[in-house]
Ligand binder design. Sequence first.
Ligand code: MN
Ligand code: MN
Length: 312
Amino acid sequence: MRLNMENKVYIFGHKNPDTDSICASLVSERLDRKNGWDCTEAKRLGRINKETQYILDYLKLEAPDLIEKVEEGQEVCLVDHNEFNQSVEGIEKAKILSVVDHHRISNFETSEPLYYTAKPYGCTCTILFEEYKRLGHEIDREEAILMASAIISDTLLLKSPTTTDHDKKALEELEKIAGVDINEYGLEILKAGTDLADFSAEELINLDAKSLDKNGTKFVIAQVNTVSIEDVLKRQKDLEDAIYKEIEKKDLGLFVLAITDILNSNSEIIALGNRVDAVEKAFDVVLNDNRAFLEGVVSRKKQLLPNVDKAI
Ligand code: MN
Ligand code: MN
């Protein structure tokens, strides 16, 4: 299927990479090696977040190299995303060989056939875990920790409503290979990701932001994880200033920042823009001081995004 065997194939997750995007890239590279394919190389499309850095440090691994765009005809494999607006600059003219993903399929088109693995699981690494099984490859300790970390991160230690039995089963098995206490290790990595102190308000609202477009209304749903919603709200005024700038710059109808309490599985949202009515309708709440508390809401993909999308 490949024409240029001497060229490298890049594997990467989405922009604003999270732990699943980075770990799935690194694990895919290892899985390809085990399949006798040594031309693939993990890459990343943005800065490593603190949670992921904690995992890389734990394993004494280097982060994948950063790429900002790809040339026409570059062969690529996508993990943890498919939408072009979440991918690398130049993706429209790249040659996409494969996608392994657990998101909706949208804004995606290729001119040639490809491998496409889509499963509605809680994490890309759960799909990869099942690939190891299917192909009969051993999983070593490093691979187990990479995959377990991604599952912990995406499912908030199996507490997110996106969690499936596949994720639970994978994590259970990976725990044995990894030789770590998943609850203890999991809380450590999630907490590492909530250290927001040295991010500016502008960085915070862009840390994990997804841009969407519905019926001509552009909107953004951003999320930060914390162990203290109160702590983050001390910066509400600064965050709002940064959000207003973003609304102006990108001509947005709505910007929602979800501040998610990962220990108690709730979120407080800050919503601004001329379409905040969509948020009030979506969650049957009235914003007070631009804020609302959403009991039991932790997942952007399953809860925030579809409800807001529908209301718009
Ligand atoms: Mn992701
Ligand atoms: Mn993911």
